[in-house]
Design a protein around this ligand. Structure first.
Ligand SMILES: Nc1ncnc2c1ncn2[C@@H]1O[C@H](COP(=O)(O)OP(=O)(O)OP(=O)(O)O)[C@@H](O)[C@H]1O
Ligand SMILES: [Mg+2]
Length: 274
């Protein structure tokens, strides 16, 4: 059964938007984008959860959470509830990760519902506006779990030729997942670590804007020293250097994300199972 879904203009969203921050290439700004988009949304008054789904635990470390905390791996193994994991940072609820996640892939690989474990865990969360999932740099079973749990994906991408080559294979994987999970939508590609003085960056940006049907965010994230420094202080750039270019860029990106998800909510009928 399908019911029409109308969004009002209230500040908070009608239902939780789950967004995977994904790119199977390493070092493309996934973790930085998860943290700073999340912190910008929280600063604007939205209720935000950040899920660290990478065994490297970079998101967890970058927010100053020590590695003795129970992690999402414990929840996958059934040794902790999602509620027991939540740590609060910068007005957000964080579900931390650690090296234990590497074993989770093996543990869930054979189960019938192997793609739906994360989705089941996230159903334990109370009402939030945004859940942002920081994915590992691979199209692994954990990443497929993230896609299966998500409404949207957001792809941070550096303006270099190798990143461009990787984009096609990633979008192809999303299309395959779409066949079994039609709700999943590419919210957009976020150009990150952009240096507008470099011709190469400008050319690649123009190329993706004119050759991909996927949305390319108008707001790009410029490269900055503050962005690279913030993790060692255990803070987002938004909190560590609130007036920096990167913080300003991420706040503007957050506004664009809100506009797009609200537009989608208004347009999209949802099924009663949503
Ligand atoms: N706007 C920026 N300006 C300068 N440095 C940045 C910026 N964004 C991210 N970085 C730096 O680039 C590196 C990679 O960023 P990040 O860890 O967010 O990428 P990732 O895609 O999560 O990496 P991985 O694939 O290993 O998980 C980090 O050292 C980070 O501090
Ligand atoms: Mg990362």
């Amino acid at each position: 059964m399908t019911i029409p879904f109308h969004c009002d203009t209230n500040h908070s969203l009608k239902r939780t938007m789950i967004i995977s921050i994904v790119n199977h290439k390493g070092g493309t700004g996934k973790t930085t984008t998860s943290i700073n988009l999340g912190s910008s949304l929280a600063e604007a008054g939205y209720r935000v959860v950040l899920v660290d789904l990478d065994a490297q635990g970079s998101l967890t470390y970058s927010l100053g959470i020590d590695d003795r905390s129970p992690t999402i791996a414990d929840a996958f193994h059934g040794d902790a509830t999602v509620h027991q994991l939540i740590i609060e940072r910068e007005g957000m609820a964080i579900l931390p990760a650690g090296a234990g996640l590497a074993d989770v892939e093996l543990a869930i690989a054979k189960a019938d519902e192997r793609f739906n474990h994360l989705s089941t865990l996230l159903q334990e969360l109370p009402d939030y506006d945004f859940v942002l999932i920081d994915c590992p740099p691979s199209l692994s079973l954990l990443t497929l779990n993230a896609l299966a749990a998500s409404d949207y994906i957001l792809v941070p991408m550096q303006m270099d030729v190798l990143a461009l080559r990787g984009l096609d294979s990633m979008l192809e994987t999303v299309r395959k997942v779409n066949a079994i999970h039609p709700r999943l939508t590419v919210l957009g590609i976020v150009p990150v670590m952009v240096d507008t003085r470099k011709n190469m960056h400008q050319e690649i940006l123009k190329y993706i804007q004119s050759n991909y049907t996927e949305h390319v965010f108008t707001q790009v994230i410029h490269t900055s020293v503050k962005a690279a420094e913030a993790p060692s202080f255990g803070k987002s750039v938004v909190a560590y250097a609130p007036q920096s270019t990167t913080a300003i860029d991420y706040r503007a990106l957050a506004k664009e994300v809100v506009r797009m998800t609200k537009k989608n909510q208004q347009q999209r009928p949802i099924t009663i199972n949503d």
